[in-house]
Ligand binder design. Structure first.
Ligand SMILES: Nc1nc2c(ncn2[C@@H]2O[C@H](COP(=O)(O)OP(=O)(O)OP(=O)(O)O)[C@@H](O)[C@H]2O)c(=O)[nH]1
Ligand SMILES: [Mg+2]
Length: 449
């Protein structure tokens, strides 16, 4: 997610030795400046960051370790603005959130992502409100998202006024004891008075706990300017940056809190429902510095993975009984976790390897499709007893035919599965695999695009 910025940091850090002089520090700072500007970090943010790193490194004594420490601290400072972080629930439910922003910035998609995040990971009862009456298909779009992801929605197709819809739906949410209400509002091509008036009226009527400004990260510096304009009128409580997956530079995420004075709360990293990341400065800095984000990883996985099931699985793994049914179940579960690349970047030390991996798309990956087709062509007995497939060439031929794959492909996948099961048996029960072993394990795997 922050590949480019991470790279820039590394090359700056390499310019300075364990004990070094002012000249080396200047070189490192110049390199840092060049890379940050290239990544599109706002020049004022770059200036403040460099100043802090310089002063702090000099104070502590010029050298690699102190430079790193200073950089870590300065980054956290830059990313921190006064306000809430993560999703903060109101002491008096429902927590009311207004989603605002320009046309096409990702408000509707993010409304659903956020609702799904709160439902899946925080076990909350969430109501989405379709309060965009500008675009004809807007209500329909949110309805479809609700249906596809089993989320609750409130709308009124005959309503003329978005503020009325918001009010009515808020009443319904109170009546039905919802924990959170997320209001999707209309976007405009540019900031105009009518839009702002509607939002200001809505704010007055529903008295939201949070007003998020949803910004398209691909609009770069404009995202910062429009966020400021919305903040002036509405006093926003946070920013959500979308389409970060398409932003190869990534600098807006580093500058926006510092420039707008409001915290960056979430980042959208893809079009799918699970593609949203909580933005916590210390965790993000840890990821940028290549130190991973174990806390984030645990939070994600623990909500999705049922502890009882996990224990059962560990037992099976230990006995070497991991079968194709378990494998399929694991694949399904992992879908809920979102992008594999993001997940891997949370594991310490994995950041460096990521460049070699394509972003594995668990739903659309050709390899995963093949594996699924193969498993679907197996009999129940075969799924439960993978050794049957290992031992019988005629079974593999039959499965290949049924799945529309070549026999070689089935042989290859079967081999991979056997290896994975072996590896899993070794790790089962250990809390965290040893880093070296993990490296070996991932190197052995084929990462499909
Ligand atoms: N790649 C990627 N696409 C995204 C992301 N967030 C939203 N999109 C896409 O951006 C497009 C616009 O998203 P919407 O959610 O409809 O935007 P909106 O702000 O509600 O638009 P209006 O209602 O017209 O103002 C859609 O095609 C989304 O799939 C993201 O994080 N990554
Ligand atoms: Mg919309």
């Amino acid at each position: 997610m922050f590949d480019r910025i991470s790279e820039g940091f590394k090359s700056a850090i390499n310019k300075i030795r364990m004990k070094d002089d002012e000249k080396a520090l200047k070189k490192a700072l110049d390199e840092l400046k060049k890379n940050l500007l290239k990544a599109d970090v706002h020049f004022k943010t770059v200036k403040d960051l460099l100043k802090e790193v310089e002063v702090e490194t000099k104070r502590a004594g010029i050298g690699k370790a102190n430079f790193l420490k200073a950089l870590d601290k300065a980054l956290k400072d830059i990313l921190t603005a006064p306000g809430n972080y993560g999703f903060v629930f109101s002491p008096k439910p429902p927590t009311v959130v207004m989603m605002t922003g320009l046309q096409g910035s990702g408000k509707t998609t993010t409304t659903a992502k956020l609702a799904n995040y709160l439902k899946t990971f925080k076990k909350k009862k969430v109501l989405m409100v379709a309060a965009d009456l500008q675009r004809l298909a807007a209500v329909e779009q949110l309805k479809q998202l609700a249906e596809a992801n089993d989320l609750d929605i409130c709308y009124d197709e005959n309503a003329k006024d978005a503020v009325e819809v918001a009010k009515k739906c808020l009443d319904k949410a109170k009546e039905k004891f919802y924990d959170v209400v997320i209001i999707d509002t209309a976007g405009r091509l540019a900031i105009d008075e009518e839009l702002m008036d509607e939002l200001v009226r809505m704010k007055k009527e529903v008295n939201p706990d949070e007003i998020f400004y949803v910004a398209d990260s691909l609009t770069g510096k404009d995202a910062i300017n429009t966020a400021k304009a919305f903040d002036e009128k509405l006093d926003i409580t946070g920013v959500i940056l979308t389409k970060y997956d398409g932003d190869s530079k990534g600098g807006v995420a580093l500058s926006i809190a510092h420039q707008v004075g409001k915290p960056l709360r979430f980042i959208g990293t893809g079009e799918k429902i699970a593609d949203i990341e909580v933005f916590m400065p210390e965790r993000i800095v840890s990821r940028i510095m290549g130190a991973g984000d174990i806390e984030g990883l645990v939070e994600k996985t623990s909500a999705v993975i049922d502890e009882k099931e996990a224990k059962k699985l560990t037992k099976k793994l230990k006995k070497g009984q991991f079968n194709y049914d378990d494998f399929l179940k694991q694949l399904e579960q992992m879908k809920k976790l979102g992008s594999m690349k993001n997940l891997l970047s949370m594991i310490p030390g994995m950041g460096n390897m990521l460049k070699q991996l394509g972003d594995i798309d668990l739903e659309n990956s050709e390899e995963i499709k093949k594996i699924k087709a193969m498993i679907n062509s197996m009999t129940k007995k075969e799924r439960e007893n993978p050794h049957l497939i290992k031992e019988s060439a005629s079974r593999r031929r039959r499965i290949a035919k049924g799945a529309g794959l070549s026999v070689q492909e089935v042989n290859r996948i079967n081999k991979q599965f056997q290896n994975a099961a072996k590896m899993a048996k070794k790790f089962a029960g250990k809390k965290m695999p040893d880093m070296n072993e993990l490296m070996k394990m991932t190197q052995g795997l084929k990462f499909p695009k």
